[in-house]
Design a protein around this ligand. Structure first.
Ligand code: NAD
Length: 499
């Protein structure tokens, strides 16, 4: 059996704990490798080595650090297909979608090329007689990133870029379900010129996570994953005095107003609801048509589109719309929730329960499902399903639709489809959700804006990427300086480059 280890000290190393997790091929249902699960001792050793390397990296001028980012962008583009293939093999998502996973991550590395500008401090000339005051942004030291299975390249890159460009060293603890892409990314950064020890990829499970939380050297933790774990990590990190930003689950509503272009809304819902088999924190999982007639028209448009969706393995390239779920356990969970929806009285309009793919009978595939007449009390409405299941909740009015999205415990993303600017503007202004789309179903902000949910979708007060990421990974020091006046030295006439 192929063994996947860690990336420590600038090279791949085998695990020493003797503990492993299975890495599945979701399309065939077979185990394809096993990944080492780090012990506390391995994690602590990786942190100590990172701390030893970080001081020199922090003292490297920001332009040089940015050049590592620049070269990493070139290499990520060069290796995009290789990394995407590793993602598809372990996660199961389609090949074009896996390329998108790498692309949306490398855009944050592109943004980080501008780090020197973002790291500039503030200066007040003559704050008092002969006194200057200035603030500088300094790296935190060793920071940690703990990331989920569903974007094994994008989210690690969102963490690595800003943390490293700001002068920190990072311990990345990726998901044990698809560990190969983060290791390929670590290789890219090494080739791009990142010194040894600055990026340590330590595979593991709860033991490694707890070791991060208990290690006093680790100054900050950036987490992305499910809400219960986000809350657990946020509280323990905060209690230990670490800076923490922990992003959790979601239940994203798309409101469809009676004046919306129904074809456009249906197309958007199909892509946003079923893309990546619904395993996206920004997937739309609830459609809220306003008015019975809107609901009937929307369902009528959705059904033929959903029935046409092609489900298959990533090796089919562009010929599939979505692939299998990540594990047999995830498949069983999603199908269990579908049964609960039926039992609680929702109407199953498209039934994907019996979907089987010839030649891939043991794969973790689930066909697309569409529910109508879902109510807020049902489990399929309250829970994040994380599968190809779209629920329709019919609202009698705009206010009722708005109230639904506002009352849900999650607040990651939402969208409204309408031709009325006044309604759209009211929605964007009043909604208590972090990312809002107006006739855009998946409003993931670009790298130079910030990404983050509200309510139980995010714990902590700074978002991912954009300027917030540089605030998260640095702290401010303010200096007040007064210099006694004295003799000035003579001039220097040679232009000196920054070294
Ligand atoms: P998960 O919470 O199971 O795992 C995330 C990370 O936490 C992994 O690295 C995992 O090893 C670790 N972990 C798991 N259980 C743990 C425990 N008991 N103690 C300590 N660490 C533990 O999440 P997942 O299934 O990998 O990812 C899917 C979830 O992530 C969904 O809920 C999805 O909405 C969410 N997500 C959120 C965002 C966002 O930005 N808000 C983005 C992507 C995914």
């Amino acid at each position: 059996m192929r063994e996947i280890g860690h990336w420590i000290g600038g090279r791949r190393v085998a695990g020493a704990s003797g503990r492993f997790a299975e890495v599945w091929n979701p399309a065939t249902g077979e185990v394809q490798a096993r990944v080492a699960l780090a012990s506390k001792a391995e994690l602590d050793a990786a942190v100590a080595a990172a701390a030893a390397a970080q001081t020199k990296w922090a003292a490297t001028n920001p332009q040089r650090r940015a050049r590592v980012m620049m070269e990493a962008v070139r290499l990520l583009n060069r290796d995009m297909d290789k990394i995407a293939e590793a993602i598809s093999r372990e996660h199961g998502k389609t090949f074009p979608d896996a390329r998108g996973d790498v692309q949306r991550g490398l855009e944050v590395i592109e943004f980080c090329i501008g780090a020197p500008h973002l790291l500039k401090g503030e200066f007040t000339d003559a704050a008092g007689p002969g006194i200057d005051m200035y603030s500088m942004r300094q790296p935190l030291g060793v920071v940690a990133g703990i990331t989920p299975f569903n974007f094994p390249a994008m989210i690690p890159l969102w963490k690595i870029g800003p943390a490293l460009a700001a002068g920190n060293a990072m311990i990345l603890k990726p998901s044990e379900r698809d560990p190969s892409a983060p290791l390929l990314i670590a290789e890219v950064f090494a080739e791009a010129g990142l010194p040894e020890g600055i990026l340590q990829v330590v595979n593991g499970d709860r033991e490694a996570v707890d070791a991060i939380l208990d290690n006093a050297v680790v100054q900050a933790v950036g987490f992305v994953g499910s809400t219960p774990i986000a809350q657990y990590i946020y509280s323990r990190a905060a209690a230990a005095g670490k800076r923490a930003q922990c992003f959790g689950g979601a239940k994203n509503h798309m409101i469809v107003m009676p004046d919306a272009d129904m074809d456009q809304a249906a197309d958007a819902l199909v892509g946003a609801g079923y893309g990546a088999a619904g395993e996206r924190c920004m997937a739309i999982s609830v459609a809220v048509p306003v008015g019975e007639r809107t609901a009937d028209r929307l369902i009528e448009k959705l059904v033929p589109r959903i029935e046409k969706l092609k489900v298959g393995p990533w090796t089919a390239g562009n010929d599939v719309d979505f692939g299998p779920l990540v594990t047999a356990e995830a498949r069983a969970r999603v199908l269990g929730l579908v049964e609960s929806g039926i039992a609680e009285g929702a109407r199953l309009v498209v039934d994907g329960r019996r979907f089987v793919l010839q030649g891939y009978e043991k794969g973790f595939f689930v066909g697309p499902h569409l529910f109508d007449r879902v109510t807020p009390a049902m489990e399929i409405y309250r829970t994040e399903i994380f599968g190809p299941v779209l629920s329709t909740v019919r609202a009698a009015s705009y206010e009722e639709a708005l109230g639904l999205a506002m009352s849900h415990e999650y607040g990651n993303g939402t969208a409204i489809f309408t031709r009325d600017g006044d309604t759209a503007r009211d929605f964007a202004s009043r909604i208590n959700i972090g990312m809002v789309g107006i006739n855009v179903p998946i409003p993931v902000p670009l790298a130079y804006h910030t990404f983050g949910g509200w309510k139980r979708s995010g714990f902590g007060d700074l978002n991912q990427h954009g300027p917030d990421a540089f605030r998260f990974y640095t702290r401010t020091k303010t200096v007040t300086a007064r210099w006694p006046s004295g003799l000035k030295e003579g001039g220097e006439f040679h232009f000196r480059a920054m070294e």
